[in-house]
Design a protein around this ligand. Sequence first.
Ligand code: MRU
Length: 363
Amino acid sequence: MRVEGQHYRTIWPTDDGVAVEIIDQTRLPHEFATVRLENLQDAAVAIKNMLVRGAPLIGATAAYGVALAMSAESSDAALEQACTTLAATRPTAINLRWALARMKDLLLPLASENRAQAAWQEAAAICDEDVKNNRALGEHGSKLIRDKLEAKGEPVNILTHCNAGWLATVDWGTALAPIYTAFDAGIPVHVWVDETRPRNQGASLTAWELQQHGVPHTVIADNTGGHLMQHGMVDMVIVGTDRTTACGDVCNKIGTYLKALAAFDNQIPFYVALPGPTIDWSLDDGVRDIPIEQREAEEVTRIRGRTDEGEIVTVTLTPHGSPAANYAFDVTPARLVTGLITERGVCPASRKGLLGIYPEQAR
Ligand code: MRU
């Protein structure tokens, strides 16, 4: 997508072919900066500290992390070590495990001298597939927006949570792909952007990328959505997901579940956009079985922003000594989800619905 008119992906190999470059998302929206990842450790730290984040991008970065590791040493032990290190960075997004399994399955049978080149090629393929999937799901999802416009005859108001835009993927995004596709096709849209405490991915990242693309949007405090829905100001909700089970339970950024409840109560369609690698076919019950990341309390007690003088500062919000809990994700049961928007089409959030478009996954 575009930054100041220039096309970017969120991750790419450097021209010298020995490193990877990423956009440092911890510095947005106030500063656009790229960072060079030179080795396995750099990639692991970038994921853990959320310089890169969003399920598909975490997976792509892990794949390049393996490639960087193989360039340094390509023994079985080094491959094992790389996968273990990267898997330990963040627990919830299934794309991380999916990408590592794919890299390992490909590389392990190869002679060690062939592994580095194969790893770089496979990481690039994972990135290209992500872009292709997101473009396709954007097309499918945009039809839902067009249908709403035809029924309503006025701009379509869409609420989204967290950042499931191009910054969360290699390009295009998941929840925002249908919105970009609709907008580019001339469909009038307006996006309600949940700020998404505690890390503010909505306020900092979604607002920034929508602004870069020229999409009309309004940032709202996290608790505003229910009120807007009661007053007819939301036509549909589209969110992303970090892991969706084979039965259609949706794990996504903390706060998503409350939006789904409010949407259900107000008969507002609640869609989840995801590429195939975000489906965890091994799990059925998301509430019971998906591991929920808990991050540092500091992300809740402190906040970072820019002063009027242009200085980036972090300040404390809470009384000294008050404990804080920081659950990063929650699970929305399938019964609250109107449909899953995938690269293969829109389907019901159920085992039957998913198997209808991914028949090869039938056990
Ligand atoms: O903690 P993050 O920022 O990595 O969380 C990921 C998200 O931004 C969302 O939950 C998103 O909707 C899923 S990724 C497309």
